[in-house]
Design a protein around this ligand. Structure first.
Ligand code: BGC
Length: 744
């Protein structure tokens, strides 16, 4: 008997139940008789929100100061796995400092619609990018013996009606878009905990979804950690426990415990399932025991937050006005209240009480010590119009060499809890841009927003710098990028469309009457814009640098075989920095299967790497792709399948800036289908064993020609998509008796 089993065997049913429920808003339950102490969890994901011990335990009062790192939408734009791991490690160190056992993050839900109010907490519209960065965050955190909680599992892609809405998603879409990020994180970083989503998935609450929580997560992916609920996501504790939900947070004391007790007593809930859940809580408590105290260096973490924000800023366009060079003759006019009152994080459960906050205007003045840097607020930060402020800003800008216009979304427009209604910046801000751009002074627009905003106005900006919500050091980081102290290397982790209507989720977001249909299927984000050949403002993967990178010849070398399980494609390309500044390029590898029996995206990101290059330097960047990278989820086979043929390998600087392309022909047979009476004639004929068996039964005439329909190709084309059981009534040489024999 293991230690855990012997601990459990000494506990009463009531004690085991108490373990599966938490004891208050942030703690699990202790079992003093068994020497089991409680542990503490706290948000997450980009900074800690630890409430003081004497808190009210409803989760709303201010938390202890902690470093507010860039939010997920910013951090993901770094495309830098190592950096995200470093941030995770710093979060873990702060958690140790504040005696926290589990940090509730990262959030790796896919950005299905740009309107999702919580997009700032999520990494990407692409599952590979979200998975790789999410795993790095978990590895960093857990390197400090502090657990992560990967959330919100799964298909939590909107805030509208978030506790009740049913996400109606077909299995292929789940497997290819909404689950692979979780799968990658589970398999590559073994998170201590997973947090279930609030919503229903295909009618069943995620907290009670056996397929999701047990069959896929544990049986298929081999997850061995604990599943906790999102806060208040449990509606039927017995069903949730039976589905695989180990820990309910916060506990519904007097309700859930009573329901569990009665169900065990009545025999409707197997006590072995209770043991499993309680055992996983004990395992988590055991893991948390390895945490040791630490003392975080908050200054160093602020510096890391600045570096991370600098790596995450995306230079969307630049006519050469940036970077600014300090000189006594340079006159800069900074416009926008956001330069003085920055918005650097989103609202809701992820809100951090920062240790300090960099102000962009102050940081610019530090980095441009001899230049004249004037300031005019221009507008009120909540988006309200103020003619006086706008007039004053236009006057202030008149004599400048360059205007730095800080625009962004007001806090009331995006947050956890509700979705945005449109993708526009406030009208007052855009009116100010219009007025400023009438003058001959170039205007650099600096954006702060958690989710993408439309840039219809881009023609009026000499440069656009997208900062996202980049944490407490965003002010310093943007000054670094504007002045060239940092060469921008962020790349979009989500597409910026021309119009909201261009996004493929548009007609099905946020749903109605309690249901949201993911009608666009796998065509999410750039997969959707590419499939409909829709021009976009700035494509997925895009971002400029102050230097220029060139791509050399692409090589693709195939080894192993699909049947042998060791198929591999070695992809390599040389990238050269041909400019005069050191910089970092994000090399992106996309795969496409132009001829496929299911509808596949034109290209899908399958690998990436961020490479640092000095001026004139070249590096070879290599990747290995596997069969899974070429495969699709076959609903009829119930598994990933690789369909042999030609694949396109594209390598480039964004999803729409492909620099080199190669093709490779891969040999692979689709696995045989399980044929039955409802399989069509064409499916039977195409099957390597079913086809010959059917032909033999149908037989030949005296001249050796097949009998009945099998001799008539035209007819096969016409009605070959009928199930053979239906054809059996047509008298075309296939009888019900034959169907019975074939499907016995
Ligand atoms: C959020 C989670 C969060 C939890 C605890 C919920 O409302 O959806 O992301 O971790 O609250 O604050």
């Amino acid at each position: 008997m293991t230690d855990l089993q012997s601990l459990l065997s000494g506990m009463t049913v009531a004690e085991k139940i108490s373990l599966t429920m938490g004891s208050d808003f942030w703690h699990t339950a202790a079992v003093p008789t068994a020497g089991v102490e409680r542990i503490m969890v706290s948000d997450g994901p980009h900074g800690l929100r630890r409430q003081p011990d004497d808190a009210d335990h409803v989760g709303l009062i201010p938390s202890l100061p902690a470093t507010c790192f860039p939010t997920a939408s910013a951090l993901a734009s770094s495309w830098d796995v190592e950096l995200v791991r470093e941030v995770g490690t710093a979060l873990g160190l702060e958690a140790r400092t504040q005696a926290l056992d589990v940090v509730l993050g990262p959030g790796i839900n896919i950005k299905r619609s740009p309107l999702c109010g919580r997009n700032f907490e999520y990494l990407s519209e692409d599952p590979l990018l979200a998975g790789h960065l999410g795993a790095a965050m978990v590895q960093g955190l857990q390197s400090q013996n502090v657990g992560a909680s990967v959330k919100h599992y799964a298909a939590n892609n909107q805030e509208t009606d978030r506790l009740r809405v049913s996400a109606e998603v077909d299995e292929r879409t789940l497997r290819e878009i909404y689950l692979p990020g979780f799968e990658y994180v589970i398999k590559n970083s073994r998170p201590w905990t997973v947090m279930c989503a609030y919503n229903r998935l295909n009618g069943v609450h995620a907290s009670q979804h056996h397929w999701l929580l047990t069959e896929v997560l544990r049986d298929e992916w081999g997850y061995d950690g604990l599943v906790m609920s999102d806060w208040g996501a449990v509606h039927d504790r017995v069903a949730a426990l039976a589905a695989g939900l180990d820990l309910e947070m916060p506990p519904q004391l007097g309700v859930s415990d009573v329901a569990l007790r009665d169900a065990v007593a009545a025999g409707t809930l197997d006590e072995a399932l209770l043991d499993l859940a309680a055992g996983r809580v004990l395992q988590l408590v055991g893991r948390a025991r390895s945490r040791t105290p630490a003392s975080a260096d908050y200054d160093a973490h602020h510096a890391l937050a600045r570096r991370a924000a600098g790596e995450s800023i995306v230079l969307l366009q630049n006519d050469g006005v940036l970077p600014l060079t300090d000189s006594p003759s340079l006159k800069v006019c900074v416009v926008g209240e956001l330069a003085r009152t920055p918005r650097f994080q989103g609202a809701g459960s992820s809100q951090v009480n920062p240790t300090r906050v960099d102000v962009p205007l102050d940081e610019l003045r530090i980095l441009l010590p001899t230049a004249t840097v004037d300031f005019a607020p221009g507008f009120v930060v909540d988006g309200q119009d103020d003619a006086g402020l706008a007039d004053a800003a236009v006057d202030a800008a008149a004599g400048a060499d360059v205007v730095l216009l800080f625009l962004g979304l007001p806090p009331g427009e995006e947050s956890e809890g509700f979705d945005r209604l449109n993708m526009d910046l406030p009208a007052a801000q855009l009116a100010l841009l219009d007025r400023l751009s009438e003058a001959p002074v170039p205007v650099v627009v600096v954006l702060s927003n958690g989710s993408a905003v439309l840039t219809r106005w881009s023609g009026r900006a000499a440069a656009i710098v997208e900062c996202w919500l980049s944490g407490q050091a965003a002010g310093g980081a943007v000054a670094d990028v504007l002045t060239g102290a940092v060469n921008p290397s962020g790349r979009l982790a989500e597409t910026i469309p021309h119009r909201l209507e261009d996004n493929t989720s548009y007609l099905n977001f946020p749903g109605e009457s309690g249901r949201v249909r993911y009608g666009e299927g796998v065509f999410v984000g750039y997969r959707g814009y590419d499939a409909t050949s829709t021009p976009v403002a700035f494509p997925f993967g895009h971002g400029l640098s102050y230097t220029t990178f060139e791509y050399g010849t692409l090589t693709v070398a195939q080894s192993g075989s699909y049947e042998g399980g060791d198929l591999a494609l070695a992809v390599a390309v040389t990238v050269t920095n041909v400019g005069d500044r050191a910089g970092r390029e994000v090399v992106q590898v996309y795969v496409g299967d132009p001829v496929a029996s299911v509808s596949r995206p034109r290209r899908e990101l399958k690998a990436f790497a961020k490479v640092a290059l000095d001026p004139g330097e070249s590096k070879q960047v290599s990747f290995t792709l596997t069969a899974r990278d070429l495969s699709y989820w076959s609903t009829v086979h119930g598994q990933w399948v690789l369909e042999g043929g030609e694949f396109r390998i594209e390598v480039g600087a964004s999803s729409r800036d492909i620099r080199v392309t190669g093709t490779v022909t891969v040999r692979a047979e689709l696995p045989p289908l399980r044929l039955d009476a409802m399989s069509t004639l064409q499916e039977w004929l195409a099957d390597p064993t079913g086809g010959p068996a059917l032909r033999e039964l149908v037989g030949h005439d005296g001249q050796g020609r097949p009998n009945g329909i099998l001799a008539n190709d035209e007819l096969i084309k016409l009605i070959g998509n009928f199930p053979i059981s239906s054809l059996a009534s047509f008298g075309l040489g296939i009888s019900h008796d034959m169907v019975r024999q074939l499907t016995r």
